[in-house]
Design a protein around this ligand. Structure first.
Ligand SMILES: [Zn+2]
Ligand SMILES: [Zn+2]
Length: 366
């Protein structure tokens, strides 16, 4: 069938709305008519080829829509179901079998490879391959053939256009706090970067009961929003010294948990430097391959501190996304405050609004 899609034709080229051919469903695939899809930093860095998904490609990995048809082996959804689309995984490696889907040993191929395992693509243009199956979905299209493992059924009464970002950015931040770090009530938490991931993390820290929640950014409007979401302290790191401020805020103790959403080595290092004894600094940002960081390991030896990396918030999407929706329904996880809607044809403007910091989580609607 013919579909409308946003294609990236070359490195750092803008998204171009065009008509592509979508092939037939495979046994393990679900035809989804997209209602909306979130715009994520990962789409931008693949457009810019920091990660080498073959171009031309249809990107997009925070889709939400309605199931129109299912492949012969699909059992978890049926036509008419409302679904959110999330990351793909193999289902058979040791990580997948132990519920650590985001550390699937085939993670790169399944999410960034640009094709099915057999090398075919769902999209073609004039008979030529166009990369598909980005995060198992490639949701910058009016209709997609998503893999069943990427599909999460949600309640039919929900505002579906809002939910796509739960599939990546929002679950990453919230999952880092609730699943990975398991931040306990009464603890102290600092997040570097108040984009969608950072804001989701700080809202989750509120849910977890952290009592000192510090947001760090360089954009004042974002810090103002962070304060409304539950940050107890905000630091503009362009104007203020983070280490000094943390010493002041915590009475010299340091913080129990630091989360870096920026992937900038100097920021990650700062997170390690402000830890309390036994604290953990975690990275959820996406640095370019080959990026290195240095830590002070002399004086900090006696701290017994931890560093860990986190992918997709250690989320099992089919389990975690419904929990986030319940928290949202209860008014305890107001991620809708981060969103702004753009028409699909305005997709480049949506990316610009995200890059400038003007909008935290743009969503394009179909
Ligand atoms: Zn796997
Ligand atoms: Zn993402």
């Amino acid at each position: 069938m013919e579909v409308t899609a946003a294609i990236v034709r070359g490195e750092s080229k803008p998204f171009e709305i065009t008509t592509l051919e979508l092939d037939d469903l495979r046994a393990d695939e679900v035809r989804v008519r997209l209602v909306a899809t979130g715009v994520c930093h990962t789409d931008a860095i693949v457009r810019d080829q920091v990660y080498p998904t073959p171009l031309p490609a249809v990107l997009g990995h925070e889709g939400a829509g309605i199931v129109e048809a299912v492949g012969s082996a699909v059992t978890t959804v049926a036509p008419g179901d409302a679904v959110v689309l999330s990351a793909n995984s193999c289902g058979t490696c040791e990580s997948c079998l132990t519920g650590r889907l985001s550390y699937c040993t085939d993670l790169f191929n399944r999410n960034f490879g640009g094709s099915r395992a057999d090398g075919s693509t769902a999209f073609t243009e004039g008979g030529k391959k166009v990369s598909s199956h980005f995060f198992g979905q490639s949701s910058f299209a009016s209709h997609v053939n998503a893999v069943e493992r990427s599909v999460v059924k949600v309640d039919a009464d929900l505002p579906l256009e809002l939910l796509g970002p739960l599939g990546c950015g929002i679950q990453t931040g919230a999952g880092a706090v609730l699943n990975s770090l398991k931040v306990p009530a009464g603890s102290s938490f600092i997040v570097f970067g108040t984009g969608a991931v950072g804001c989701a993390a700080l809202m989750a820290a509120v849910v977890a009961g952290a009592t000192t929640i510090v947001a760090v950014d360089i954009v004042d409007s974002r810090l103002e929003l962070a304060a409304t979401l539950g940050a107890t302290h905000v630091i503009n790191s362009r104007l203020q010294d983070v280490a000094q401020e943390i010493t002041r805020i915590t009475g010299g103790r340091g913080v129990d948990f630091a989360l870096d959403t920026t992937g900038i080595p100097a920021v990650l290092r700062q997170g390690a430097d402000v830890l309390a004894i036994g604290g953990t600094v975690a990275l959820v940002g996406a640095p370019a391959p080959g990026t290195e960081v240095s830590f002070e390991i002399g004086a900090s030896l006696t701290k017994g501190w931890h560093f860990r990396t986190i992918i997709e918030g250690d989320s099992v999407p089919q389990v975690f996304i419904p929990k986030l929706i319940t928290l949202w329904r209860q008014g305890r996880f107001p991620f809708d405050k981060l969103t702004k809607f753009f028409a699909f044809a305005q997709i480049n403007e949506a990316f610009d609004a995200s890059a400038s910091g003007e909008t935290i989580k743009p969503i394009v609607t179909f």
